[in-house]
Design a protein around this ligand. Structure first.
Ligand SMILES: Nc1ncnc2c1ncn2[C@@H]1O[C@H](COP(=O)(O)OP(=O)(O)OP(=O)(O)O)[C@@H](O)[C@H]1O
Ligand SMILES: [Mg+2]
Length: 438
C-alpha cells in the first residue's frame, strides 16, 4: 500500500460514485465471469480473515488454476492481526483484509498498517457494508479495491486479476486446448479449422501450438514446411522470449501462425509439464489467442495443459469408446476446475454410412453437455482439404461443415456472429429505408 494518499477517481463528483459488485454485469459483456479473471502471476498474497466463511472462499480461490503460481497464505484475526503481523514481518505483494469494523476504526487500523507496509504492496479490503464514503476514504489511502460481502471466489480472483493484468501493458492471451476422445477422431482437423476461422473472423492474431511432436499434421494442413518449431522451444523453455518466438513461428496468413511439430522420429521428446507451461506462457504474453493441438495420449504435461487452459474442447466420434473416454475427461476436468465452465464438446464424423452410432442426444445426456457443434462424416471434402493443405472453408465455402468451424471459433471465445463485423448485405440500404418508413 502506498503511504501517500491517492485521490479516488470521481471523488470530487458528489454522489457520482457507486459501488458495483465486481461479479455483477456492469454493462454488456459476452464473457462469462469465469473468463474475466485471468491467470495471476507469481506473486505472494496474504489474507487476513475475520470469519471462517471468508477463509473458505479464499481456499476455493487458492485451488483454482488461475492462482496456480501464486504463493498464498490465510490468517485469521482480521486487520488487527495484520497490523501486528507486519510489525515483525515483511509485506507480500498483496494483502487482502476482511474487516467488519466501523468506518473510523478500519481507517485508523489501515493507517497503522500503512506504517509497516512496503511501498509496492497492494491492499484489497473486504468489508460488510456498501458504504460509498468508506470506499472513497479507502481509495484515498491507496487501497486498490473494496469488495462488499458476500463475495464469491471468482469475484475475489477477478479483483486480484484486475490488479495484476493490465490489458494495456501485459496482454494475456486466452489458451484453448483441443483433445480427441480417441485417436483419429478429427481433433486436429477441428482445432486447425477453428483456429483458422478465428483468425479470419476476429482479425486477431492466433497461434496454433502443435504438441503432437512426432506425428503432428499442422504443417501439412496449412501446406507449410517449417524448419524449426515448438520442439526447439520445449527443449530449452527458459531461452524462449519474444525474439526467439518470432523466429520459431511459421506464418500461414496475416493473422495465423503455427508453432509446428518437428515430426521426426530420430530424436526423443522429453517434455516436462513445467516446460510446456513456460512455453505457453510466453506465447500467451505475445498473442491474444493460443490454440493448443494435443495428441491423444495421457501424460503429466498434456494433463497440465488441460487443467490450465481457459477452455477445453473435446472432439468425439459417436461410438462407445469415445463416449467412455469423453466422460472420463469431462468428469476429471469438472472435478478439478470447479470455477470454470464445462469443457466444450464437438461431435465429429457423425452419420458415417452403414456405421451403427450412438446418437448425439444420448452422448449429450451421458456427458451432461450440449455439443457446441455436430459435424457430419464427409470423406470427400475432408480428404480433399487434407491432401491440398487447405482448410474446409478455403476448399469449399459451401461445404456443409464449413460454417461449423466458425461456430466453434465464436462459441469458444464467447462471441456471437452479430458481434463480429459482417459484410453488409446487398439488401441493406433497402432494408434501412424500410425500417425508416415503419
Ligand atoms: N468430419 C469428417 N469427415 C471425414 N473425415 C474427417 C472428418 N474429420 C476429420 N476427418 C479426417 O480424419 C483424419 C484424422 O483427423 P485428425 O488428424 O484431425 O484426427 P486426430 O483426432 O487429430 O488424430 P490423432 O489422434 O492422430 O491426433 C484426417 O484424415 C481427417 O481429414
Ligand atoms: Mg491430432
Amino acid at each position: 500500500m502506498s503511504k501517500h494518499a491517492i485521490s479516488a477517481p470521481g471523488a470530487e463528483d458528489p454522489g457520482g460514485l457507486e459501488i458495483t459488485p465486481l461479479g455483477a454485469d456492469a454493462g454488456f459483456s459476452e464473457e462469462p465471469v469465469s473468463a474475466r479473471a485471468r491467470p495471476i502471476p507469481r506473486i505472494s498474497i496474504q489474507v487476513f480473515c475475520e470469519n471462517a466463511a471468508m477463509a473458505e472462499i479464499v481456499q476455493v480461490a487458492a485451488e483454482d488454476r488461475r492462482l496456480a503460481k501464486v504463493h498464498l497464505s490465510v490468517h485469521m484475526g482480521g486487520i488487527e492481526a495484520a497490523v501486528a503481523h507486519y510489525q515483525q514481518n515483511p509485506t507480500p505483494n498483496l494483502v487482502v483484509i476482511e474487516s467488519s469494523l466501523p468506518r473510523d476504526q478500519i481507517l485508523a487500523e489501515l493507517d497503522h498498517l500503512a506504517a509497516s507496509c512496503d511501498p509496492g504492496t497492494k491492499v484489497i479490503v473486504v468489508g460488510h457494508v456498501n458504504d460509498v464514503v468508506l470506499y472513497r476514504d479507502l481509495l484515498r489511502r491507496g487501497v486498490s479495491e473494496y469488495l462488499v460481502e458476500p463475495i464469491a471466489p471468482l469475484q475475489l480472483m477477478e479483483a486480484i486479476s484486475n490488479l495484476y493484468n493490465n490489458p494495456e501493458t501485459e496482454p494475456v492471451g486466452h489458451v484453448y486446448a483441443f483433445i480427441g476422445a480417441k485417436g483419429g477422431v478429427g481433433s486436429s482437423t477441428v482445432c486447425h479449422n477453428a483456429a483458422w476461422a478465428l483468425s479470419e473472423v476476429l482479425k486477431a492474431n492466433v497461434v496454433i501450438a502443435d504438441l503432437d511432436l512426432a506425428f503432428g499434421t499442422t504443417g501439412l494442413d496449412f501446406n507449410q514446411d517449417p524448419v524449426q518449431g515448438i520442439a526447439d522451444a520445449l527443449s530449452s523453455p527458459e531461452r524462449l522470449d519474444e525474439v526467439l518466438l518470432d523466429r520459431l513461428l511459421t506464418k500461414c496468413s496475416e493473422h495465423l501462425s503455427i508453432f509446428a511439430a518437428p515430426v521426426v522420429l530420430d530424436r526423443d521428446y522429453d517434455i516436462t509439464a513445467e516446460g510446456c507451461e513456460q512455453v505457453i506462457d510466453v506465447v500467451r504474453q505475445n498473442v491474444p489467442y493460443v490454440v493448443v493441438d494435443l495428441p491423444h495420449f495421457w501424460t503429466a504435461w498434456s494433463k497440465r495443459i488441460l487443467m490450465q487452459a481457459d477452455e477445453v474442447i473435446v472432439t468425439a466420434a459417436p461410438d462407445l469408446a469415445n463416449l467412455r473416454n469423453a466422460k472420463n475427461i469431462v468428469d476429471l476436468l469438472q472435478q478439478t476446475r470447479r470455477n470454470d465452465s464445462k469443457p466444450r464438446l464437438v461431435m465429429n464424423m457423425v452419420n458415417m454410412p452403414k456405421r451403427p452410432e450412438i446418437s448425439v442426444k444420448e452422448f449429450e445426456a451421458a456427458l451432461g453437455i450440449k455439443a457446441m457443434s455436430v459435424i457430419e462424416f464427409d470423406s470427400e471434402t475432408f480428404g480433399q482439404a487434407a491432401n491440398n493443405g487447405q482448410m474446409i472453408e478455403e476448399l469449399n465455402a459451401k461445404a456443409k461443415s464449413a460454417p461449423a468451424f466458425r461456430d466453434v471459433a465464436l462459441a469458444m471465445t464467447h462471441r456471437r456472429e452479430t458481434q463480429v463485423a459482417k459484410k453488409p448485405s446487398a439488401l441493406a440500404p433497402f432494408l434501412e429505408k424500410l425500417k425508416l418508413k415503419l
